[in-house]
Design a protein. Structure first.
Length: 152
């Protein structure tokens, strides 16, 4: 889908706060409420806007211990990769999972309460997954940047 400048601005406003009313967005963009509504529907129907979510403050829900865990699989067979991906999708503590190139096969972002919580997660859930050869964990010292906004 080809986006024009108005679509781009609209998407930037929605990424900042998707609870803005069509009236507020219409005022900011100098368009009618109906035009904004139709543009949003077009962006939703085309899949440019895939969903709306509430972003939580990890510090307020006791999930501020962030771990980046690098995973190496025993083999790169398709069955092993697919099984690992299916299993990691069931782990609620894993908020992001990337299949990557380089020395490791996957990088997981894991959010928990503290080191004890991570140890329990590692022992009872992560190392129980099939085909993991090794893990390497890095712990977040401080969050420098965290955004969900994409520049258009």
């Amino acid at each position: 889908m080809k986006l024009d400048d108005t679509d781009r601005k609209l998407l930037l406003y929605l990424q900042q706060d998707c609870k803005q009313t069509t009236k507020e967005l219409a005022y900011k963009l100098g368009l009618s409420v109906t035009a904004i509504y139709e543009r949003i529907k077009k962006l939703e129907n085309s899949g440019v806007i895939s969903k709306y979510v509430a972003l939580l403050d990890r510090t307020k829900i006791d999930k501020n211990f962030v771990v980046l865990c690098h995973i190496k699989l025993t083999q790169h067979k398709k069955d092993f990769v697919m099984q690992f991906e299916r299993e990691v999708m069931t782990l609620d503590e894993v908020t992001e999972c990337f299949h990557v190139s380089g020395d490791f096969d996957y990088i997981l972002k894991i959010c928990l309460k503290d080191m004890d919580d991570y140890r329990n997660f590692m022992l009872s859930k992560l190392t129980a997954l099939n085909h993991i050869a090794s893990t390497h964990s890095s712990f977040s010292i401080s969050e420098v940047k965290n955004t969900t906004s994409l520049i258009l």
